[in-house]
Write a protein that binds this ligand. Structure first.
Ligand code: BGC
Length: 254
C-alpha cells in the first residue's frame, strides 16, 4: 500500500510517499525546518504543510524522537517538555485530517533496515543505533521489535551516553574521527556487554560517511552502515502505519 511517511528530527521534518511493500519512495522527499520552538502546535502545522504539499488524504506514519506508546508521548529529551503526556497521533490527526500512526524514530529506522535494508532477511538480535542530535536505538530479535529501548540514555562516564558520543557532540566539541569513533566504540561495547547482539546497524545522517569513522570503532560484534540512510525514518514510519492499518482494518462480514 501507499503511505505518507514523515520523519520528525531535531533540525528537519521530512516526508515522502512510500510503497510499503517494496520500501521505496514513490515521490521526491520534501524537507522543512523543524520549528525553533518545536511544540505540538508548531510541529503539527509543519505536518499539515507536508500533507497539503502531497495533496494527501490517506494513512500517515510519523516518527517521534522520544518514547511513544499507542500514539502518546512519554519523553522528549531533544524537543520541548510540552510534548509529554500529549496524544501525538490524535493531535497530528486533527491537524492533517488523516489517520496518523506515531512511533519512536530509531524504532522506525530499525524496522526499515530489517525489512528492506542492511539487515534484510537476517535473524538473531539486531541493534540499530542512530547517531544524530541524540542516540537512538532499535532492538529487534528475529525481526520482532522491542519498542522504546532508549539505550542512548545508558550511563557512560557519569552521564547520558548520548551526551558523550552522539553526532551532535562530535560537531559541538569539534572531535576528529579517530576520537569520536573511539567514543562510539566505547558505547557499542557497553551495549555488547548488556545484550550480546549479532549485528549492529549504524544509522543517522553520518552513516553515509561510515568509511571515515568505522575504522576507529573497536567492538567484537559485526557492524554495518545503515543502507536506507536518511530515508530509513520515512520508510519505517510508513511501514508501521501499514502494519497498524492491516491489524485494525474492519473485518469483512460474510
Ligand atoms: C530520545 C530517543 C530518540 C533518540 C534519537 C533520544 O534522546 O530519547 O527517543 O530515539 O534521541 O532521536
Amino acid at each position: 500500500m501507499k503511505v505518507l511517511g514523515i520523519d520528525i528530527g531535531g533540525t528537519g521534518i521530512k516526508g515522502a510517499v512510500v510503497d510499503t511493500k517494496r520500501g521505496v519512495l514513490k515521490t521526491d522527499r520534501v524537507r522543512l525546518l523543524t520549528p525553533e520552538h518545536p511544540d505540538p502546535a508548531n510541529v503539527s502545522s509543519v505536518l499539515a504543510t507536508i500533507v497539503r504539499h502531497f495533496d494527501w488524504d490517506g494513512p500517515v506514519g510519523c516518527t517521534f524522537p522520544g518514547v511513544t506508546k499507542d500514539g502518546a508521548i512519554h519523553t522528549a529529551a531533544n524537543l520541548v517538555p510540552e510534548w509529554i503526556g500529549q496524544d501525538a497521533a490524535a493531535t497530528f490527526g486533527r491537524a492533517t485530517g488523516c489517520p496518523v500512526t506515531v512511533l519512536n524514530d530509531a524504532d522506525a529506522a530499525g524496522l526499515a533496515e530489517t525489512a528492506f535494508g542492511a539487515a534484510a532477511a537476517r535473524g538473531g538480535l539486531v541493534i540499530t543505533v542512530t547517531l544524530g542530535t541524540g542516540i537512538g536505538t532499535a532492538v529487534l530479535h528475529d525481526g520482532v521489535l522491542v519498542p522504546n529501548t532508549e539505550l542512548g540514555h545508558l550511563p557512560l562516564h557519569g552521564g547520558d551516553a548520548e551526551k558523550y558520543a552522539s553526532e551532535l557532540v562530535r560537531e559541538r566539541e569539534n572531535l576528529d574521527y579517530p576520537t569520536w569513533g573511539g567514543r562510539v566504540g566505547e558505547y557499542l561495547r557497553l551495549l555488547e556487554d548488556l545484550l550480546w547482539p549479532d549485528l549492529f546497524i549504524i544509522g543517522g545522517g553520518i552513516s553515509k560517511r561510515a568509511d571515515r569513522f568505522f575504522p576507529y570503532i573497536e567492538c567484537r560484534t559485526e557492524m554495518v552502515a545503515a543502507r536506507l540512510l536518511n530515508q530509513a525514518g520515512i520508510v519505517g514510519a510508513a511501514l508501521a502505519a501499514a502494519q497498524h492499518h492491516a491489524k485494525h482494518k474492519p473485518k469483512r462480514s460474510k
